[in-house]
Design a protein around this ligand. Structure first.
Ligand code: ADP
Length: 199
């Protein structure tokens, strides 16, 4: 199963992507985590990306798309993957379609975590990441509205929207149920993994 998870900063994408990846037994690929690893290790990619990340801006596509392309070339993605934080622009979505097309593959679903964006600043401020100052968070929210929200229209034919207000476990269940409904015919979700429906 090839999935993309989309949602505003603080929506809980990382948490939910991790949990879904475990349930579906596919790798969780977070561009934010990949960037942070490169920052920590001070790789050339990290050095290049730092000023964008610190400002809450998007890292240029040339850097980001190459990084994702390398990650999708790893053999563990053959069974599928869940992308978290990529694509974040329509041009990245087009690049992704090209990468998948080269492997005769396509996305099964794009899942949107839907929540009001003023509810998330507090959550982010509590997280303590260096790019989680109020000013940088506001900037990331602006970037989301301007550059990432148009993705929802781009992906409308395979978009699954899930209400992301609630407890972590409850949201995971909603996601899992929504995905199951959306893609039952193409993938074999294991019935015994289903928790009680949260809807
Ligand atoms: P959040 O979703 O909380 O804003 P992420 O961990 O997904 O945080 O991303 C942190 C930062 O990493 C972003 O603000 C951006 O600078 C950079 N980044 C992550 N993914 C991408 C991407 N697909 N394209 C460009 N920059 C990205």
């Amino acid at each position: 199963m090839r999935l993309v998870l989309v949602g505003p900063p603080g929506a809980g994408k990382g948490t939910q992507a991790q949990r879904l990846a475990e349930r579906l037994n596919i790798p969780h690929i977070s561009t934010g985590d990949l960037f942070r690893r490169n920052l920590r290790d001070e790789t050339p990619l990290g050095v290049e990306a730092r000023r964008f990340i610190d400002a809450g801006d998007l890292v240029p596509d040339t850097v980001t798309v190459d990084m994702v392309s390398d990650r999708l070339d790893q053999p563990d993605t053959e069974s599928g993957f869940i992308l978290d934080g990529f694509p974040r622009t329509v041009s990245q979505a087009e690049a992704l379609a090209g990468l998948l097309h080269d492997n005769d593959a396509e996305l099964d679903a794009v899942v949107e975590l839907d929540l009001p964006d003023d509810t998330v600043v507090k959550r982010l401020l509590g997280r303590g990441r260096s790019d989680d100052t109020e000013e940088v968070i506001r900037r990331r929210q602006q970037v989301y509205r301007d550059d990432t929200a148009p993705l929802l229209a781009f992906y409308r034919s395979r978009l699954v929207s899930v209400n992301a207000v609630g407890a972590v476990e409850e949201i995971t269940n909603r996601l899992f149920d929504a995905l199951q409904t959306a893609v039952t015919s193409t993938v074999g979700l294991r019935g015994d993994d289903r928790r009680s429906p949260a809807r």
